[in-house]
Ligand binder design. Structure first.
Ligand code: ASP
Length: 307
């Protein structure tokens, strides 16, 4: 008999003209840390929504929201990101605009304070979609980005977590705390962004789903925008972000999110969560993990957040 699948938790809201939803990673946030994670998500959603309320683009809004989360050491992105098996940082991020299907991403990037800002630069440059490793870092420097000192980005919490995983006391399968945002702006454009340090104790050179267009992140004005979090190898194999949006297009935002997470559990016995913004202005999320902190701000209702 197969083990019982974890149940799926989901919610959605009609955002009206514009709205933004962020996640702070699927996983299990210990109860004592939940308020800080929720507050971090709220702050990011507030900043992103401010961009939308001022008439800004969904693309600028998701970038801003993810920058706020990258700067918050509680999350597994930017400062405080998870460490690889060698105790170093290799950062993954991607951003996509649904209007013209423009996308930019970086993977296995050495320490920079905001990988999502570099991913955005890749998008704006337009020559390529995905830049990797030290060559990506050298290109970023030509664009004015400054490398961060590892000591400024590696936190005691990240070091402790790596030590626990390497001692065999805890699974490093996925870290929790990966961050993402989806938005729909007043023009009807959608965008998505995701940033992470990846899984704890990953092999040097491992790249997860987060920087891969279609897997960790996807946006298309015809379908919607999606950012995923959870077991990266399974999300990659299912191209989960695109799957969720394809399903949303034939049902609803929340149904699409639920069906994609159901597939993750049923077909690959994997766990994760995702957030969606559809062209009609609906925001939705689904997860089969114990927690996934989130926050939304909309043009109509009150802001909300949860775990
Ligand atoms: N999906 C990320 C990765 O596998 C981890 C996470 O979402 O926490 O790199």
């Amino acid at each position: 008999m197969s083990a019982a699948l974890p149940s799926i938790h989901s919610d959605s809201v009609d955002a009206g003209d514009f709205g933004l939803l962020v996640h702070g990673g699927a996983g299990f946030v210990p109860e004592a840390l939940v308020p800080a994670h929720i507050e971090g998500c709220r702050a990011a959603a507030r900043e992103g929504a401010r961009v939308l309320a001022a008439g800004g683009s969904a693309l600028d809004a998701v970038q801003r929201a993810v920058e706020v989360l990258e700067a918050n050491e509680h999350f597994n992105a930017g400062v405080g990101a998870s460490l690889n098996a060698a105790g170093g940082l290799e950062l993954d991020a991607s951003i996509m605009c649904g209007r013209e299907l423009r996308a930019g991403a970086v993977c296995a990037l050495p320490p920079f304070a905001s990988p999502i800002a570099i991913a955005r630069r890749v998008l704006e440059d337009g020559a390529h979609v995905l830049m990797a490793g030290d060559a990506a870092a050298r290109w970023a420097e030509t664009q004015g980005f400054v490398r961060a000192a590892p000591a400024d980005m590696i936190t005691a919490g990240a070091r402790d977590k790596l030590a626990r995983v390497q001692a065999g006391g805890e699974s490093g399968m996925w870290a929790g705390g990966t961050v993402g945002a989806v938005a729909r702006d007043a023009r009807g454009d959608v965008a998505a962004a995701t940033s992470t340090g990846g899984t704890v104790n990953k092999r040097v050179g491992r790249v997860g789903d987060s920087p891969i267009v279609g897997a960790g992140t996807y946006a298309d004005n015809a379908l919607g925008a999606c950012s995923c979090t959870g077991a990266g190898e399974a999300i990659l194999r299912l191209t989960l972000a695109r799957q969720a949006l394809d399903r949303a297009a034939t049902s609803s935002a929340v149904e699409g999110a639920r069906r994609a997470i159901d597939e993750l559990g049923r077909r690959l016995a994997a766990v994760g969560g995702l957030i969606v913004a559809t062209p009609d202005g609906t925001l939705a999320f689904a997860r089969n993990t114990r927690t996934m902190t989130w926050a939304w701000e909309t043009a109509r209702g009150p802001a909300r957040a949860g775990a």
